[in-house]
Design a protein around this ligand. Structure first.
Ligand code: ADE
Length: 437
């Protein structure tokens, strides 16, 4: 049975395979998979009849250390933020809904009916090159899309590659991912070792600081080798032996590999990260282009060259949405606002009530336009922000609004520096003071 509070799970007298209902919304069926402390269930949306997968992630037990609680929370936040940031790609699993009970957070995902690539490998063995090409192209396209949005998966392996009813690939499980703007040092490197032993890049095993994009490429190389060979490229009876082989730089391909496949795998399983092939180059590699196939990373219109401030702003909007899902709905036991209110030199925060997010955003948007700035606005179900740029695309300031509780909003305004548009900054703050408590 799904872990749940008794209050939110009712016995459901239905067919033999669906027995419990989560918050009146999803009937739970059998377990599809487990990972860490989470379990994934097959489920059915009671209102629409649509079959879905529900990932149940237990919240840390109480009492537990603040560190454990924070780690558990970070992992779910990370997965949610990643799924939101990379959404819209046909080969990334879609997040449909988020629910929470006292003990568990539930991520409702697209159901991939074809199981995992790992099960397919175990049941059917290796694939011919044309079959592997199609799947692998879909994986590279999904990763290129994620990398372009600053999301690095860090746990690419056949268990995390699902297949839908048409046999198309869906990349899943972003719980270990890294964000370019949150988890990497300014040089783009990290030191957090993660991944599954057989798929992990040598630079991680050697405890070096590493580029997570390059580490994803290595893991993809292991996946492609396994798909087409039917066995792992580096294997050994014990873990240390396996690690030695991974770091050795020696790779033996089976005799049935084509020349192009050998070349591509050799370039992905290059132990030197700086000369390893990049995701974008892989999309153009002759092996992937064979049979007239073409795979692209999908980038939405208007996001071709976002400035660093726009990237940061978009990331913070996501953070705002996470706050709603977690601080307020699930994790917060009460709202202690004291730490939230305060004034930094270039940032002001207001707690606002009696006005909705749209009205606040309308007001500051109008002010920005009057002052002649380029205004970008994002709004979604009570969250939102407005970004002000000078004509030459220089970041000037931003305002974000997030609901704290029912009719209470947290409004934050931030500016680039005290040298940029000081008069506008004063007007902006004044425009927000109407509702200061
Ligand atoms: N196992 C883990 N996630 C799944 C999903 N979304 N669909 C099917 N099986 C899964």
């Amino acid at each position: 049975m799904p872990p749940d509070d008794e209050s939110s799970a009712a016995a459901y007298p239905s067919s033999e395979s669906y027995t419990k209902v989560l918050q009146g919304r999803y009937e739970f069926g059998r377990i599809l998979g487990r990972g860490g402390s989470s379990k994934v269930y097959r489920a059915r949306d009671v209102r629409t009849g649509v079959h879905v997968a529900v990932k149940a992630v237990p919240k840390p037990h109480h009492p537990c250390s603040p560190e454990d609680a924070a780690a558990a929370r970070r992992s779910v936040e990370r997965e949610l933020a990643a799924l939101r940031r990379v959404r819209g790609h046909p080969h990334v699993v879609r997040l449909l809904d988020v629910l929470a009970s006292r003990s568990t957070v539930y991520l409702v995902l697209d159901l991939a009916r074809g199981g995992s690539v790992q099960s397919a490998l175990e049941e059917r063995g290796r694939s011919d090159e044309p079959v592997a090409r199609r799947l692998f192209g879909q994986l590279v396209s999904a990763l290129a899309h994620a990398h372009a949005r600053g999301v690095f998966h860090r746990d690419v392996k056949p268990d995390n590659l699902l297949l839908d009813e048409r046999g198309d690939l869906k990349l899943t499980d972003f719980g270990l991912c890294a964000f370019a703007d949150r988890h990497l040092a300014p040089d783009g490197l990290t030191a957090t070792a993660c991944g599954s032993p057989a798929y992990v890049a040598p630079e991680i095993l050697l405890k070096k600081r590493y580029d997570p994009g390059k580490a994803d490429v290595w893991s993809c190389g292991v996946v492609l080798f396994s798909l087409t060979a039917g066995y792992l490229p580096f294997n050994d009876g014990n873990l240390m032996g396996m690690y030695r082989k991974i770091c050795s730089g020696r790779l033996r391909c089976p005799k049935w590999f084509s020349m192009e496949l050998r070349n591509l795998i050799g370039r992905m399983l290059d132990p030197e990260p700086n000369t390893r092939i990049k995701v974008d180059e892989m999309l153009d590699h002759p092996w992937l282009r064979k049979d007239g196939m073409s795979f692209s990373s999908i980038t939405p219109p208007g996001s071709s060259h976002p400035t660093p401030e726009v990237v940061k702003w978009e990331a913070e909007s996501e953070l705002a949405r996470e706050m709603n899902a977690f601080d307020i709905l699930t994790f917060a036991s009460g709202c202690d606002l004291s730490g939230l209110i305060g004034t930094l030199s270039d940032r002001v925060r207001f707690i606002v009530s009696g006005i909705n997010a749209k009205s606040v955003l309308d007001k500051v948007e109008e002010l920005g336009r009057e002052e002649g700035f380029v205004v970008r606005r994002k709004e979604e179900r009570g969250f939102g922000g407005v970004l002000f740029e000078a004509i030459c695309a220089n970041f000037v300031a931003q305002v974000s609004v997030r609901p704290l509780h029912e009719e209470i909003l947290l409004v934050e305004a931030e500016r680039a520096s005290n040298k940029v548009a000081p008069k506008f900054w004063e007007k902006l703050q004044a425009s927000l003071k109407f509702s200061t408590n």
